[in-house]
Each structure stands twice: as C-alpha cells, then as structure tokens.
Design a binder for this molecule. Structure first.
Ligand code: NAD
Length: 300
C-alpha cells in the first residue's frame, strides 16, 4: 500500500484465535487478505468472510504488499520465514514482513538481519488485548524494527488496534511484550489468591470482584477473567500453554541479562502445576484450579 492509497493486499499466515479476528478486521477496513494456515478449517473461518485461501506461505505472499504472521511460537515463525515455500525465498511484492506473534527477541533480531540482507523489511509487532481486543480491533500493538518499515506497516496496524507504538529497534516489540506478560501472569496469580482467601472467608465472590474493580486493586484481568474464575469456567481464552511459552521467554531474557525475577519464577511453577493436571489447553483463568487443589476443594 502506497502512502496515498487506502487499501492493500495482505498475506496473512496463522488464522487461530487471534489471527482470524485480525484478518477479519483488515478485510472490514477494505484490505484484501490471502490466508494460509496449516489447519484447513482455520482458513475456512476467514474465506467465509471474503479472504482468498492460499496453499503455503509463499502463495499467501504472492502479489501482496505485506505479510502478517500470527503464529504460536518461534519455531513456527522461523518455519514460515526459512522453511519450504518460506518468505525469505518468496517475499511479498512489497518486501515487508510483520510478525505479530509473541516469540524470542533473539530470534527476531536474527530474522531481521537475514531478511534485511535480502532487502526485506521485518517488524516485530506483538499485541496485547486478547481475543476480545482482536475482535474489537482494539489491540495494543508494540512494534520493533526500522522506522521506515514501521511507517509502512502502520496503516494495517490501525485496522487491528488502537494503541500503536514504535518502541525501538528489532526485538524491542518483543521485549515490551515480555514485560506485559510478566505483569499479566503475576496479576492472574494474585487474583486467584484473593478469590481463594475470599471464598474461605465466606464472602460473596461476585461482590468481592465488583468492590475490587472500583478500587486500587482493579485490573484488566480481574475485569475480564474474574467472572470465569468465580463461575469455575476454565475453558476458553488465552491458553495456559501459550502463557507458559511467554513465561519461558521472559525468564530466558531475564537470565541472559542477569535480571532476577523471583515472582515470575513462582508464577511459572503455578502454571506448570496447572499443565501437569491437564490444563494446558484451558484458558489462563484455569490457574484458579491450582488454588482449588491447594485448598482441597472437592471440585478442584
Ligand atoms: P492459536 O494457536 O489459536 O493460532 C495459531 C495458528 O497458527 C493456528 O491456527 C495454527 O494452526 C497456525 N499455525 C501453526 N503453525 C503454522 C505454520 N507453520 N504455518 C501456518 N500456520 C501455522 O494461537 P493464538 O491464540 O491466535 O496466538 C497467536 C500468537 O499471539 C501467539 O504467539 C500468542 O502468544 C500471541 N497472543 C495470543 C493472545 C491470546 O489471547 N490468544 C493474546 C496476545 C498474544
């Protein structure tokens, strides 16, 4: 998309919980989406809204102004960049790749270097706001990379998010996202502890949440995840497995920079306990079950 044009073509790769909503919002803004996912049904979910199905990453990028990736972790992003039918060998015509997944900042800097050497721009632009933020085009987008690449990506970001910030060079977006995830994980644990204590104290948990939301303990997590925790609904949402991946990235970054993060270490153990009890594919609110088990609740 040129600066004066309004719409462009996007090769969108990874149409899961977040990607399908983001791709739909790009189409709502008038852009054309060429979609690829290794799971065929994930592609179907966006072709029904007007996207063109692609058979591999190179096919999705064919004739596109930009490729946008929304994949689980570092190995999948590297596969899409370096693997067979990958974007290093077959970039979009606009020679710009934006990865919006949460992955390793070290891997980002390596891909940025390799792609730049091939004349391809690379922006790391992880997001915060969850599936609801993705659906409402209200994501917070934290981008790292070269300024001219950020400027070219910005119109597409505007179709998916509301807080859009260029936070620095390649990898800086991921560094900010890791700080975000550290706060989210510890905050979820704090809410689980408050609910466990409130329940044992015999207080009405819905009232507890409402009161806390009006005071200095209010948080996005208490607002969005609190009701599911209180109702004992461990199901949908941001998966425990994905948070464990993020906490691993946080601790790797912390260790490489010699920054002690004791609370992140503790909350990682709680998430591992949840995973050991088969909760890996449940939403993050399922951390409350760790407290059910610790307090010997019959249904825990
Ligand atoms: P998801 O697992 O629902 O979606 C990922 C999609 O990528 C899946 O459809 C999968 O089939 C596809 N995929 C995997 N490997 C592929 C490959 N090699 N080529 C093409 N497609 C491939 O995950 P999600 O919840 O949408 O999260 C995506 C990223 O965004 C993750 O890095 C996650 O940490 C981050 N994130 C998620 C949330 C959330 O609330 N779910 C919020 C913020 C950030």
């Amino acid at each position: 998309m040129g600066r004066n044009e309004e719409t462009g073509t996007i090769g969108f790769i990874g149409l899961g919980t977040m990607g399908r909503e983001m791709a739909r919002n790009l189409m709502k803004a008038g852009h054309t989406v060429r979609a690829f996912d290794v799971v065929a049904s994930a592609v179907d979910a966006v072709t029904s809204a007007g996207a063109i199905a692609a058979s591999n990453p190179a096919d999705a990028a064919r004739g596109a102004d930009i490729a946008i990736l929304m994949l689980p972790d570092t190995p999948q992003v590297e596969e899409v960049v370096y693997g067979p039918h990958g974007l290093l060998a077959a970039p979009p015509s606009g020679r710009l790749i934006v990865d919006m997944s949460t992955i390793s900042p070290v891997a980002v800097r390596r891909m940025h270097r390799d792609l730049k050497a091939a004349g391809i721009g690379f922006v790391d632009a992880p997001v915060s706001g969850g599936p609801i933020g993705a659906q409402n085009a209200a994501l917070s987008i934290m981008a790292g990379g070269d300024a001219e690449d950020f400027v070219r990506a910005e119109p597409y970001f505007r179709a998916m998010g509301t807080t859009i910030t260029h936070v620095g060079a390649a990898g800086a977006g991921q560094a900010v996202k890791l700080c975000n995830q550290l706060i989210c994980g510890i905050n979820i644990q704090a809410i689980c502890e408050a609910i466990a204590l409130g329940r044992a104290s015999g207080v009405d948990l819905t009232q507890l949440r409402n009161v806390l939301l009006g005071g200095s303990a209010a948080s996005w997590m208490l607002d969005k995840l609190g009701p599911a925790m209180i109702e004992g609904d461990a199901g949908a949402g941001f998966r425990i497995d994905l948070m464990l991946k993020d906490l691993r990235l946080v601790l790797e970054q912390a260790q490489s920079l010699a920054v002690p993060l004791p609370a992140t270490g503790l909350v990682t153990s709680q998430y591992l306990e949840a995973k050991a009890h088969g909760e890996g594919t449940n939403g993050n609110q399922a951390l409350f079950r760790v407290y059910d088990r610790m307090t010997n609740r019959a249904d825990g």
